[in-house]
Design a protein around this ligand. Structure first.
Ligand code: PTJ
Length: 267
């Protein structure tokens, strides 16, 4: 990582974005991220541009509801794939610790070798137990192929599952099993975003630390108050607010602020 940081000058206006790419590329060469994960990241970057590369108000609402749901859960599980491990692995481990939640490696392009590497990375960040490596013996009904395999002590047992950069099929299959799904996905129109109980439209890099903060904030609330946060939350409404945010932002850029933006990029 240090090598990468040295090769990209800090003064570059897109420094953080370039470093993030390099982290994924490194993860790819190490066998943690799949090539498809690099494509997925490009898709995510595009949506991140549309929201202004910051956590927007509807995402903050979703993060609050997600924190409440995770705190009320009987057995919360955080599902980790290649991209998430590389981009937010450290914060995922912290989130699991503050919640007392389980972590499971759950891969779309599943191989044992990748699962082992991801578990190793999470353990390096301090995770004590990581499910989903050699114990993914249960199959989510309707999901053929190894992507449907989960651990009986992890996702199979969970009542609430947090997923990031997930595919829509699996989110729907988890909901069919009666689980509540919280998704982190930059695309507000993805099948995952539309299928989850709570959708955090934000970059996993920003969303997970904010979720940690929110859980710490709400931790001492009683169950009734947490329940109230969840009952007053409406995911479709929050997705609508997200689309309106993007719409208003683009409209304002097109009508008034494009000149300003051109100035800011230094032309
Ligand atoms: O590691 P594996 O084998 O489980 O594979 C992981 C990928 C990501 C390759 C797999 O789940 C996949 O193909 O995902 P999709 O269907 O491309 O969906 C990824 C979604 O995440 C898209 O809607 C992207 O916009 C979104 N996304 C990409 N980068 C980020 C993101 N959302 C939040 N934060 C990001 N950094």
């Amino acid at each position: 990582m240090e090598e990468i940081e040295h090769s990209i000058p800090r003064s570059h206006p897109r420094y953080h974005s370039l470093i993030t790419r390099e982290r994924l590329v490194k993860g790819f060469y190490e066998g943690i991220v799949v090539p498809q994960g690099l494509i997925a990241h490009g898709r995510g970057e595009c949506f991140d541009y549309l929201i202004g590369e910051k956590t927007i108000p509807p995402a903050r609402k979703a993060i609050r509801a997600a924190a409440a749901l995770l705190l009320l859960a009987r057995y919360p599980v955080i599902s980790v794939n290649g991209n998430t491990a590389v981009l937010a692995g450290k914060d995922i481990v912290e989130l699991a610790k503050v919640l007392g939640a389980a972590i499971e490696v759950n891969l779309f392009y599943r191989t044992r070798e990748r699962a082992v590497k991801i578990a190793k990375l999470l353990k390096m960040y301090g995770a004590e137990k990581v499910y989903g490596v050699d114990d993914a013996t249960m199959r989510i009904p309707g999901l053929e192929h190894p992507r449907g395999l989960v651990s009986p002590n992890g996702i199979w047992k969970a009542d609430v599952v947090l997923v990031a950069l997930e595919d829509g099929d699996r989110t729907q299959a988890l909901r069919k099993l009666g689980k509540k799904v919280i998704a982190i996905d930059l695309n507000p129109l993805s099948r995952t975003a539309l299928s989850a109980d709570i959708t955090i439209v934000d970059n996993v890099i920003r969303a997970v630390p904010l979720l940690v903060e929110e859980v710490k904030k709400l931790k001492n609330m009683d169950k009734i108050q947490l329940q109230q946060i969840i009952s007053s939350y409406n995911n479709l409404e929050v997705l609508r607010e997200t689309l309106n945010y993007i719409f208003d932002r683009l409209k304002s850029l097109a009508e008034n602020n494009l000149k300003q933006l051109v100035k800011e990029v230094g032309v």
